[in-house]
Design a protein around this ligand. Sequence first.
Ligand code: GLN
Length: 232
Amino acid sequence: RPTIGVLALQGDVGEHLAALEAGGARGVTVRRRSELGAVDGLVLPGGESTTMDKLLRAFDLAAPLRALIRQGLPVYGSCAGMILLADRVLDATDERTVDATDERTVDATDQRTLDATGQRTLEATDQRTVGGIDMTVRRNAFGRQVDSFEEDLAAPGLAAGDAPLRAVYIRAPWVEEAGPDVAVLARVGSGPAAGRIVAVRQDVLLATAFHPEIGGDVRVHAHFIDIVRGAA
Ligand code: GLN
């Protein structure tokens, strides 16, 4: 059984651990560098990507995670996790692109301060990502009015078998554009966002805009476990 970590700084960690176990992996939480170094694959859960981004930096996990991804660590990102895996991020209301690799942007906007108790706090005004997938992701793309919706998604490249996947979108992003090495695995099937890219894979990096860990269908996790095993 491969050991697959779930980044446990913030977000829906328990659901992913359960889905990984049900899919045949050993699921473990990851909060420290040493734990990050001990997994065969990693899940970046849904939650709030700006918060996760700040916590990744505060816990000194951002740089090691980037290095591991460059070395070929398989990573699956759902929703906020998809945002973290994007090389470029757009906000719903904002045309600025934040480039994951632009260190000048980082220095300009990331102001670290020490508060009275000596605890380090971050006052970053700009969001960074871990990056790895050559794509531009738009945060909260489905609009303020539509906080969440669900649909039955036909995604044969993502979930084995003929049954559609129940896709739950919660303040979800979508993929605005994907580079030539990115395989598109699913697009929204209905409604005003129909056709938008919501699942992608680049090498051993997998990302979905929706939350397959909700609802008991473990096929997306099984797909990721196959990637970790080198079988997909
Ligand atoms: N809207 C969140 C963000 O931008 C993602 C929501 C989610 O993960 N369910 O980070």
